[in-house]
Design a protein around this ligand. Structure first.
Ligand code: ATR
Length: 290
C-alpha cells in the first residue's frame, strides 16, 4: 500500500518528487511509510516532469505542500523559487522545496547538509553526539575530489563549517573556478597523490571514479590515504568502494555515500513536516529496499 490510499481526503497534504526519469525513486516509499507510521495525513507521489518552469508556474497556484527535486532539474528549478537557502543559492542547486499556504516556494539543498553532517558525526565518533559543540571540521584541511554538483555541495558545506578547502578535478579549470569561489586551492586530480602538507586531512570523493561498473577504479592512491583522518565517498553503488576499502585499511574513519543519501532525506522530512524524521524507519526501509 505504497500511497496509503485509506487516508486521502480533502485535507491530505500532497508532496512528490519531480525528475526525469523519476519512476525508480525510493522517496515515495520512504515518505509514505513514514507519514503512515507517524500518523500524518499526507501522501508523496512520483511526478515525471519535463518542463520544470511550467510545472512550478502551475504548482505554486495549487494546493501542493512541497516536493523533492532530482536530476535533471536541480539547477533549473532555482529560478522558479521565491526564497532560497543562502548556501543552496551559492551551490546553484536545490533538491527540496516547501510550498507555504500563500503559494510562496522556499528551496533548500539538503545534499550538502546530509554529507557534511555525516562527516562531522564520523569525526565525532558517534551518531550525533555533542551536536551543540563547534564543528569538528573547523580549521581542518578538506580535500574535495570533483567539481560537479556534488563537489560544489561538499566544498561550500565544508567552507561553511570553517574548513580550509582544496578542490582537485580532472578538468583543472572547473577545480579553479570552484576553489576561487570558496577561497580555496585548486589542483589537477592526479596531484592529490603527492599532496600532503599536513596529517589529519579530510577527503571527500565526488567524482564518479569507482562507481559501478568500474568498481576497480579509485581516484587517489592508497599511499596518499595515509595522510587522511576521514574519507567520505559520495558513490553509493557499490556501497563499499575501493577508495573506502583502502582508506579503512589505512586506518581512516570511513563515511559511506549511503549515509549522505539517507541524511539528506531526514532534512527533507524535517523541512516538509516541521518534525524530526523517523530515522530508524528510514534506515530500515533503505536497507530493506536497497
Ligand atoms: P555530480 O553532480 O554527481 O557531481 P557531475 O556534475 O557530472 O556529477 O560531475 C562529475 C565529476 O566527476 C566531475 O568532477 C568530473 O570531472 P570533470 O569535471 O573533469 O568532468 C568527474 N569525473 C567523471 N568521470 C571521471 C573520470 N573518469 N576521471 C576523473 N574524474 C571524472
Amino acid at each position: 500500500d505504497l500511497y496509503n490510499f485509506r487516508l486521502i481526503n480533502p485535507d491530505t497534504k500532497v508532496y512528490g518528487i519531480i525528475g526525469k526519469p523519476v519512476g525508480h525513486s525510493k522517496s515515495p516509499l520512504l515518505f509514505n511509510e513514514s507519514f503512515k507510521k507517524v500518523g500524518l495525513n499526507s501522501v508523496y507521489l512520483h511526478f515525471l516532469v519535463d518542463d520544470v518552469e511550467k510545472f512550478f508556474n502551475t504548482y505554486s497556484s495549487i494546493d501542493f505542500a512541497g516536493c523533492s527535486c532530482t536530476i535533471p532539474h536541480k539547477e533549473a528549478a532555482l529560478k522558479c523559487m521565491n526564497e532560497i537557502d543562502p548556501i543552496a543559492k551559492k551551490i546553484g542547486a536545490i533538491n527540496n522545496i516547501v510550498r507555504r499556504p500563500d503559494g510562496t516556494l522556499t528551496a533548500y539543498n539538503t545534499d550538502y547538509i546530509g554529507a557534511i553532517s555525516a562527516i562531522e558525526d564520523g569525526l565525532r565518533g558517534s551518531n550525533g553526539a555533542n551536536p551543540g559543540a563547534g564543528s569538528p571540521l573547523a580549521g581542518k584541511l578538506f580535500v574535495v575530489l570533483g567539481a560537479g554538483g556534488a563537489g560544489k555541495s561538499l566544498a561550500y558545506g565544508a567552507k561553511e563549517k570553517g574548513a580550509r578547502v582544496v578542490v582537485a578535478n580532472r578538468t583543472f579549470e572547473r577545480a579553479k573556478e570552484l576553489a576561487d569561489k570558496v577561497g580555496g586551492k585548486a589542483m589537477h586530480l592526479h596531484e592529490v597523490n603527492d599532496f600532503h602538507p599536513e596529517e589529519g586531512m579530510i577527503l571527500a570523493n565526488t567524482t564518479s571514479v569507482g562507481m559501478k561498473p568500474n568498481i576497480d577504479a579509485t581516484p587517489i592512491s592508497k599511499e596518499a590515504l595515509k595522510h587522511y583522518t576521514l574519507v567520505f565517498d559520495a558513490i553509493y553503488t557499490p556501497k563499499d568502494t575501493r577508495l573506502l576499502r583502502e582508506a579503512r585499511e589505512c586506518g581512516a574513519i570511513i563515511v559511506y555515500g549511503t549515509e549522505m543519501l539517507i541524511r539528506q532525506g531526514f532534512e527533507q522530512y524535517k523541512n516538509f513536516t516541521g518534525l524530526p524524521a523517523p530515522e530508524e524507519l528510514f534506515r530500515e526501509l533503505m536497507s530493506r529496499h536497497a
